[in-house]
Design a protein around this ligand. Structure first.
Ligand SMILES: Nc1ncnc2c1ncn2[C@@H]1O[C@H](COP(=O)(O)OP(=O)(O)O)[C@@H](O)[C@H]1O
Ligand SMILES: [Mg+2]
Length: 272
């Protein structure tokens, strides 16, 4: 073999090695999907957006998120296991679960050193996915069923730098069962272990509608129960709280109250 041939062979091998290296690097750091949230539309519908970091809505969510963050990152009075996984639920539909989950996520993403991931886990009524313009994207169901899409392919980066979203995903025949599956348990564990410094907020179905939300309370560290002022009667709230894993840190948010604040939102927070 001539010295030129030897050089060519060396360079060929070198190029192949470089390609393999690039591919391997690519597999380790895949580009996350990206989507611009419709912030102007959200603002018009009364949701918190980064432009209103000083308004009354921002102030209310600041107060709601404080104890959640203390529990999430071990600064609360008692250690909360998996405290960075937080689910937002309520007794019945229409009480403001999605409203609260998105506003909390926005509030945290606006002011936190940590990244916030909000997951649409209401697979029956995926209104968060709809609201954010993410319908038709692969999401939670695709990670739990079918080909089991990896997490990295369903986490969507947004135009709010610290805010990520997992949409609900496509509809499968057994969609409603998925939240109660072993795969969901594995996924929440993966989220908790892979992103311990990240807040993961789950927008979930109502507790009294089906058993899935109740089962989910066992997979997260903290549970926020939204109560609609003037509508949810006390015994229904009690019944809903009875379905929450009693070992969890539980907070109550009183939504749509006209008391006290100029806006139409007033919060309450306490151990249930
Ligand atoms: N505090 C609030 N102020 C104004 N609108 C609200 C408030 N809470 C909820 N809404 C609106 O009420 C409707 C139902 O709320 P949503 O969060 O979708 O309920 P859920 O997720 O519990 O079914 C939505 O149109 C939402 O924008
Ligand atoms: Mg909802």
């Amino acid at each position: 073999m001539s010295s030129i041939e030897k050089a060519m062979e060396r360079s060929g091998a070198g190029a192949r090695a470089a390609t393999v290296e690039r591919l391997a690097a690519g597999r380790e750091r895949p580009e996350l999907p990206r989507h611009d949230l419709p912030l102007a539309r959200l603002r018009a519908q009364g949701y918190l957006t980064p432009e209103e970091s000083d308004g009354p809505l921002a102030e209310q969510y600041r107060a709601i998120k404080r104890p959640l963050l203390m529990n999430a990152f071990g600064r609360g009075a008692l250690p909360v296991d998996g405290g960075n996984l937080i689910m937002v639920t309520s007794a019945a539909p229409g009480e403001g679960k999605t409203f609260t989950a998105l506003n909390l996520a926005m509030s945290m993403a606006m002011e936190l050193d940590h990244t916030v991931l909000v997951v649409d886990a209401d697979l029956v009524k995926p209104s968060l996915t709809e609201l954010l313009g993410l319908r038709g994207r692969p999401g939670l169901t695709d990670a739990l069923a079918g080909d089991r899409v990896p997490l990295s392919e369903i986490i969507v980066r947004t135009n709010v730098p610290k805010l990520r979203v997992i949409p609900a995903g496509r509809t499968y025949p057994n969609s409603t069962e998925l939240l109660a599956s072993q795969a969901m348990r594995a996924l929440t564990q993966e989220l908790a272990e892979r992103y311990p410094d990240r807040v993961v907020l789950f927008d979930t179905p109502p507790l009294l509608a089906a058993s899935q939300a109740s089962i989910l309370t066992y997979l997260v560290g903290q549970v926020v129960v939204v109560v609609e002022a003037g509508r949810t009667v006390q015994h229904v709230v009690k019944e809903a709280l009875g379905l929450v894993d009693s070992s969890k840190a539980v907070g109550l948010v009183l939504n749509k109250s006209h008391e006290r604040t100029r806006g139409d939102y007033y919060y309450g927070y306490g151990e249930a």
